[in-house]
Design a protein around this ligand. Structure first.
Ligand SMILES: [Ca+2]
Ligand SMILES: [Ca+2]
Ligand SMILES: [Ca+2]
Ligand SMILES: [Ca+2]
Length: 100
């Protein structure tokens, strides 16, 4: 029985994962509960698993950043700051290619 069709049985949602068996996307981040658990390894009850300011769905589908790594390119600026504050590429540690 999988009432919301997210790929996880109602029982497992209720007893194992504490997700909503009637909501295919319990944390409303754009990724279904089943996809978070089996594909992305993100938290189905936390819309921003790595706490970088970008929600899991946007990281996977929009920015192509790592939803489990707050600083995908390892340049010291977290993904959310690169996107929302600096406008730099969160996947390239030298956005303008000047070596710095
Ligand atoms: Ca669900
Ligand atoms: Ca979700
Ligand atoms: Ca995130
Ligand atoms: Ca970064």
């Amino acid at each position: 029985m999988d009432t919301d069709g997210d790929g996880i049985s109602d029982y497992d949602e209720d007893r194992v994962h504490n997700t909503d068996p009637l909501d295919e996307d319990s944390d409303n981040d754009g990724l279904k509960d089943g996809a978070e658990l089996s594909t992305h390894n993100t938290e189905p009850m936390d819309h921003d698993s790595d706490n970088d300011g970008l929600n899991d769905g946007d990281e996977v589908n929009l920015h192509k950043t790592d939803p489990l790594e707050s600083d995908s390119d390892g340049d010291g600026l977290i993904d959310g700051q690169e996107v929302d504050v600096h406008g730099t590429n969160p996947l390239a540690n030298d956005t303008d290619g000047d070596g710095q």
